[in-house]
Design a protein around this ligand. Structure first.
Ligand code: HEC
Length: 188
């Protein structure tokens, strides 16, 4: 093997090397395109949550537990017997829905109680006791408006149910009208 042969071999190798690298980049590009999947078609529509109930990782579909055991303390009598002072109207229910699904601080109710009110929100799995399933008529018909009010305001200590001190009375009563919808037959 003379010097020229070695030189040529080396050139040959390095040529192949360069071609290999270029080919590699090309193939890698194709594969990563495939792995990245199709362009995000739904992008820009995610905020229309109300039109996609139960989708987009907002919790789990299904009936939820029913009847359901309640662990909440009982509200004081005078609060428990207080009926909802607001008329049920589309505006009231809509205001309640907005708070439940999005606006309530520190966290929207749907995170635990589910977009569909079934108690199967994305945070529900780690919670014991489970969040209330508002679809469950068998349980909900024994719970007065005043009781709901008191728990929303004060939380249920020792469970995942937080106190919502930032909601004013009116907002809580709006939410309660919305919650009642879940167990009314016309929704089913
Ligand atoms: C971090 C999770 C979580 C969030 C957020 C949450 N809840 Fe709850 N909620 C629970 C759990 C858990 C229970 C069950 C508590 C129990 O049985 O003691 C519960 C119970 C309730 C009850 C049942 C009261 C009763 O006596 O049966 C009502 C009403 C309620 N939540 C309303 C709401 C509303 C309205 C919001 C939003 C403003 C909300 N929750 C946000 C976890 C949550």
């Amino acid at each position: 093997m003379d010097f020229l042969q070695v030189f040529n071999m080396k050139r040959g190798f390095s040529k192949a090397g360069i071609v290999g690298v270029i080919l590699g980049i090309f193939i890698f590009g194709m594969i990563s395109d495939v792995l990245a999947g199709p362009p995000p078609m739904g992008y820009g529509h995610r905020h229309h949550l109300r039109h996609h109930r139960g989708h987009h990782g907002q919790g789990f579909a299904g009936e939820g537990t029913c009847p359901q055991k309640r662990y909440t303390d009982q509200a004081p009598d005078e609060i428990r017997d207080q009926p909802n002072p607001l008329e049920s109207s589309r505006d009231t229910i809509y205001a309640g829905e907005s708070l439940f699904q999005v606006d309530a601080q520190p966290v929207a109710c749907k995170i635990c109680h589910g977009v569909n009110g079934n108690g199967l929100g994305i945070m529900a799995q780690g919670l014991n006791p489970s969040p209330r399933n508002f679809n469950c008529k068998a349980t909900m018909r024994h719970v007065s408006d005043g009781q709901l009010f008191w728990i929303i305001r004060n939380g249920s200590p020792g469970t995942g149910m937080p106190a919502f001190k930032d909601l004013d009375d009116k907002q809580i009563w709006q939410i309660i009208h919305y919650l009642r919808q879940f167990s009314q037959p016309r929704r089913k």
